[in-house]
Every structure is written in structure tokens, then in C-alpha cells.
Ligand binder design. Structure first.
Ligand SMILES: Nc1ncnc2c1ncn2[C@@H]1O[C@H](COP(=O)(O)OP(=O)(O)OP(=O)(O)O)[C@@H](O)[C@H]1O
Ligand SMILES: [Mg+2]
Length: 463
């Protein structure tokens, strides 16, 4: 048995508890009902015998010559009643009101209702509970008739025994039924859970990278769970694929500059010429620079992932932030023969992660400086349009043709302008895209305002 099965929360135990509690309650009600009925049944049976013997006695009542009543108690009348050995039988015969004929004078009789010939009831005689039957008749002399009452009583030992026997039987029956139901539940739960055990076995036997959907047959009730697990696995597979793809590409991207460094080092070692050694060192240095940049981009990607789970967002002035980043690029712009400008006034507040927004602007400005070409103009702009805050970088270089604008947003995709040996990984725009998305902002690539060049705009949604 697994740890889960031993834990406090057991489906089987819960079901059993529910079953036992409910059947015990139903059983108790059934027992009360049976008790009632058993008493009724026992009374009915012995009342009939009591009535029979009262009748037998009544038939022997005659009117004597002097007008009084006489009875010759027939032996069989009482014999009928003494079938239960422990029970004792009593009787009395009364004549017209106030006259006692024979029997136990202290024996309580019972009131008959008007017009009723026989009546039955419970009473106590000599400290013992008794069942009493009273029968009214009249004896005829031929001229007139004399009314009389025969009362027969019996102690209740036999009928109590009968009641108990009936009750015991029915209690045993109910107990047997409860035990049977419990056994059925136990077996049914075990059988019903079997597909779940198979499901969990199928999962635990899998190798960690086997993420194909589980096809074990399970009951309808758990199909939802299995579907959820399956769809989770499909998503996990997708995420793992993306990760594998990414790490593969990243590894490849890093391997290239490292291979260059190694080649240049080998060249330098073999060469006796100082000029050649210096040239090799320069190339190796460039390659190390490349590797450094690639690593920085990769680390930035990881950082975006982490930022999406943390809350380093705060409210700040985008004009100030963007102006600072732009200013940092002025020397590089001058070097590339590009006129780098900034437009933005006052304060434009937004809730952002400052380092990531800095990186976003850095990537866009670097691209413009790298691809717009000497003599171009690059403008970084911050403002609001129709109530929405935006940051954009515009240049009047060659731009990206509209049909390529979607492709360059994919990781490791580089454009035509990246030719002529310009260093790069193809991660810049994807990073911009992800940072924008993290801020709930939208990214748009358009033509520059003079119909040439590229304008990349990040629009922050209104808060
Ligand atoms: N302002 C621009 N003008 C013309 N082409 C551009 C511009 N910005 C980007 N591109 C094109 O889009 C491609 C993708 O850009 P991205 O920034 O994603 O990668 P990269 O610059 O090649 O490499 P990385 O930024 O990772 O070093 C570039 O290779 C380039 O061809
Ligand atoms: Mg770039």
C-alpha cells in the first residue's frame, strides 16, 4: 500500500463511514418500527387465544333454576392458554352489574365501549403485567336473558419472548445487511480505484522526458483529471521544446565566437610576426566582445523570465530614464556618423521595471546606430498620444521591409541589414518584445515618418 493510501484521507474509509452511519440510522428506525410491529403481532396472536377461551367459558354459562348464573369452567378453555409454560392464566365471570359469579375477584376487568362485545387491554395483577380480554354475553332462560361478562387474563411472559425473538431476528438481519453492504463497498471501491492505481503506475513508470498523453482507460469521473494532466503535459512538452531550442541556439551562438578566439590564438602562437600576432589578438578580442554581448543578452532574457514572477515595478519618469540612456549612446553615434537626438518634455510617468525599460531602449538605439548607416538621423521620443504613453526610436536608414517585421521578432532571426559582418545574435528585438509584453505594453514596427527607415514604438496601456 502506498503512503497516500495510508494517509488520513482515504476515499474507501470515508465511503465506509458514510455507509455505516447512514445504515445504522436507517437500521435504528427500522428496529423501532419492528419493535412496534412485534408487539402488535404478539398481542394479536394471544388476543385471539384469549378471546377464544373467553368464548369457550361464555358458552358454559347458564342460568340456574333460581335465576342466578352458573358456570362449569371447561378444562380446554384454560388449556388453550397454558401453552406457554411460565405464563399463568386468570379468569372471572361477572353477572349483571355488581354481581360476581366465579374466578379471581380481584382480577381487573376492562371497560368495553358501548355496543362492543369484546375488548382487550393491558393491566397489572399481583404485581405482574397481564393482558386482559373481556367478553360480554347474555344467558337466556327462555323467558328473559341475563347479561354477564367473562374476563380472561394471562401474564405476558410468552408474548414478551415472542417480541424479543422477532426483534432479535430483525436486528440480526439488519446487521447482516450492513456488513454485506460494507463488504460490497470495500470490494467496489477497490475495483473502481484500480484504473486510478494503473494511471498512477503508468505515470510513475515513465521516463521524465516522456510527455506523450496518457491513454489508460479511466472512469468518466476521473477523465477530467486525466485530461488536465494530459493538457499540462502537452504544454510542458511545448515549454521544454522551446527551452531545448533556445539552449541549442544559444550554445551555437556562443560556440562561434569561442571557435574564433581559439583559431586566432593558434594563429598567433604559430606566427613569428608581431603584426600578425597583433591582428589575431584584435580578432580574438572582437570575438570575446561578441561572446560577452551574447551572454549579456541571454542573461537579460533569463532576467525577464524572473521579472515576470517578481514585482520590481515602480512608478517613474520615462522622459528622464530614456534621456539618460540616449545620452550614453551619443559617443557611439558620433563614431558611426549618426545624428542621435531626443524628444520629450516634462514628466511622463509610468509603472515600469527601470532596468528592463533601460535595456529595451538600449536595444532599439543600438539597432538604429548599427543598421541605419552613416549620415542617418536617429530620434528617441517619449510622449503621450490619445492618453497612452509611448517610447519610440525612429531612424531614416534602410528600415525593415513590412513582410520581415514579424520574423525579426523571433529569437535568433536576423535581417538583411545585418550583413556585412555586423555582430549580433538576433535577440535584440525579441527581448524588446518580451519586455514590452511584461509591462502589458504593445510593440509596433512601422516605416519612419518620411516613408523610409524604421520606427519602433512601445505603447503602454493606460492605467
Ligand atoms: N533600425 C533598424 N534598421 C534596419 N534593420 C534593423 C533595425 N533594427 C533591427 N533591424 C534588423 O532586424 C534584425 C533583428 O534585430 P535584433 O536586434 O533582434 O537582432 P540583432 O541586432 O541582429 O542581434 P542582437 O541585437 O541580438 O545583437 C537585425 O538583424 C536587423 O537586420
Ligand atoms: Mg539588435
Amino acid at each position: 500500500m502506498t503512503a497516500a493510501a495510508l494517509s488520513a484521507y482515504s476515499l474507501r474509509r470515508r465511503l465506509l463511514a458514510w455507509l455505516l452511519v447512514s445504515t445504522a440510522a436507517i437500521g435504528a428506525i427500522a428496529m423501532i418500527d419492528t419493535w412496534d410491529e412485534a408487539i402488535d403481532t404478539a398481542n394479536e396472536v394471544s388476543d385471539r387465544v384469549l378471546a377464544g377461551s373467553a368464548l369457550a367459558i361464555a358458552e358454559r354459562v347458564i342460568v340456574s333454576e333460581d335465576g342466578s348464573l352458573e358456570v362449569d369452567i371447561p378444562y380446554v378453555a384454560l388449556e388453550m392458554l397454558t401453552s406457554a409454560a411460565q405464563d399463568r392464566v386468570f379468569y372471572r365471570v361477572d353477572g349483571p352489574p355488581g354481581t360476581f359469579v366465579t374466578g379471581y375477584q380481584n382480577l381487573p376487568s376492562i371497560q368495553r365501549r358501548e355496543g362492543q362485545a369484546a375488548a382487550f387491554g393491558d393491566a397489572v395483577f399481583r404485581g405482574e403485567p397481564i393482558r386482559v380480554a373481556a367478553l360480554a354475553r347474555s344467558a337466556s332462560t327462555g323467558i328473559n336473558s341475563v347479561p354477564f361478562t367473562v374476563t380472561v387474563a394471562e401474564t405476558t411472559i410468552a408474548r414478551q419472548q415472542l417480541t424479543h425473538a422477532i426483534l432479535l431476528r430483525s436486528a440480526l438481519r439488519i446487521l447482516f445487511m450492513i456488513l454485506g453492504a460494507a463488504a460490497i463497498v470495500w470490494v467496489a471501491v477497490t475495483l473502481s480505484l484500480r484504473p486510478l492505481y494503473r494511471f498512477s503506475e503508468a505515470l510513475s513508470e515513465r521516463s521524465p522526458d516522456d510527455l506523450h498523453p496518457i491513454t489508460e482507460r479511466v472512469p468518466n469521473e476521473v477523465q477530467g483529471l486525466v485530461d488536465t494532466v494530459n493538457s499540462f503535459m502537452v504544454r510542458l512538452e511545448g515549454a521544454l521544446d522551446a527551452l531545448r531550442h533556445f539552449t541549442g541556439n544559444a550554445g551555437h551562438q556562443l560556440r562561434t565566437p569561442l571557435a574564433i578566439v581559439r583559431t586566432q590564438l593558434t594563429l598567433a602562437r604559430r606566427s613569428g610576426n608581431l603584426g600578425e600576432v597583433q591582428q589575431a589578438a584584435e580578432k580574438a578580442d572582437e570575438a570575446v566582445g561578441d561572446a560577452e554581448r551574447i551572454l549579456a543578452q541571454l542573461l537579460l532574457m533569463a532576467r525577464i523570465d524572473a521579472a515576470s514572477r517578481s514585482t520590481a515595478m515602480r512608478q517613474l519618469d520615462l522622459v528622464d530614464l530614456t534621456r539618460t540612456v540616449t545620452a550614453e549612446h551619443v559617443p557611439r553615434a558620433a563614431e558611426a556618423g549618426i545624428d542621435l537626438g531626443f524628444e520629450g518634455e516634462g514628466e511622463v510617468m509610468a509603472v515600469v521595471e527601470p532596468i528592463l525599460i533601460g535595456e529595451l531602449v538600449k536595444n532599439l538605439v543600438s539597432n538604429a546606430l548599427l543598421y541605419a548607416g552613416a549620415g542617418a538621423e536617429v530620434t528617441v521620443r517619449v510622449g503621450t498620444q490619445q492618453g497612452a504613453t509611448f517610447v519610440e526610436v525612429e531612424d531614416n536608414g534602410p528600415g525593415i521591409p513590412p513582410e520581415r517585421r514579424e520574423t525579426v521578432l523571433r529569437r535568433f532571426e536576423r535581417g538583411d541589414t545585418s550583413g556585412q559582418g555586423r555582430p549580433g545574435t538576433g535577440l535584440g528585438l525579441p527581448i524588446v518584445d518580451e519586455i514590452a509584453r511584461l509591462h502589458g505594453a504593445s510593440l509596433g514596427l512601422e516605416d519612419g515618418s518620411e516613408g523610409r527607415g524604421l520606427k519602433v514604438r512601445v505603447t503602454f496601456l493606460m492605467i
